[in-house]
Design a protein around this ligand. Structure first.
Ligand code: DGL
Length: 271
């Protein structure tokens, strides 16, 4: 049995998106072991009802905490953070960190004209989670939210820069260009993979912000504050679990995360 400190950091998302956060964690905390769950069999979460996203999130967190024995759970999915964070915090004893607060903090720090755009799934945007969090954090900037249905499907297919995704981005991002945001928060962990297309459409004056790095800093702070950093000095063996097609998960995931994702393990939820 690993000592309390040497337990892994659990990270989950509906599919590949949370790998942006896993990458930032592996880079910032090279001594820590990461165990990642991509619920690829049930993606996308964005169009699903809140209750269902909550139920899926609880199942995954339960697996991470009870079966894998993680010391912290990072909800590397905005949709799950929007709908399930409070519930997860009530149910589990380990710290549960989401991506909404860190992302907003970065965006608020970066904006120069006080106009921040936030893009996310239909679920995240309709939940109003970004506006409520901005009020809670007393962010003075104006926050304009805009749903981008379809983006996640392009990422899961590995299609980042096609004409089709460009045309969709032009149509979906037009309102944010219209209100003159100078900072655009990618409020879905899948979107950093579309950063070139999104940046091209928004124009060079707009800064894109991903929540991945700031979330990794929050995890580091939490581990230090609770004296839970890893003490084992051997190189950590990261693990990647998927509920979907394992071959595709490794093929695409290794391109997105890098060489650490050289094989994946099956995990099943529900039914
Ligand atoms: N990457 C996720 C998010 O940040 C979920 C996307 C989806 O499954 O719709 O919202």
């Amino acid at each position: 049995m690993a000592s309390q400190n040497d337990r892994p950091i659990g990270v989950f998302d509906s599919g590949f998106g949370g790998l942006t956060v896993a990458r930032a964690l592996i880079d910032l905390l090279p001594a820590e072991q990461v165990i990642y769950v991509g619920d690829s069999a049930r993606y996308p979460y964005g169009p699903r009802p809140a209750d269902e996203v909550r139920e899926f999130s609880v199942e995954i967190a339960e697996h991470l905490v009870k079966v894998e024995g993680v010391k912290i759970v990072v909800v590397a999915c905005n949709t799950a953070s929007a709908f399930a964070l409070d519930d997860l915090r009530e149910r589990f004893d380990v710290p549960i960190l989401g991506v909404i607060e860190p992302g907003l903090r970065s965006a608020a720090r970066a904006t120069r004209n006080g106009a921040i755009g936030v893009i996310g799934t239909v679920g995240t945007i309709a939940s109003g989670a970004y506006q409520s969090q901005a009020r809670l954090m007393e962010i003075e900037s104006r926050v304009y939210c805009c749903a981008c249905p379809g983006f996640v499907e392009f990422v899961e297919r590995g299609e980042f820069m096609s004409d089709q995704v460009h045309v969709l981005a032009e149509r979906l991002l037009e309102p944010l260009i219209g209100v003159g945001v100078d900072t655009l928060l990618l409020g879905c962990t899948h979107y950093p993979f579309l950063a070139r297309t999104i940046a091209d459409v928004m124009g060079r004056g707009v800064l894109l912000i991903s929540s991945a790095e700031e979330t990794a800093f929050d995890v580091r702070e939490m581990l230090m504050r609770t004296a839970m950093t890893r003490t084992d000095t051997s190189a950590p063996a990261h693990r990647f679990l998927s509920s979907g097609d394992l071959g595709w998960f490794v093929e695409m995931g290794s391109q997105l995360l890098g060489p650490e994702l050289d094989h994946a393990e099956r995990v099943s939820f529900g039914h």
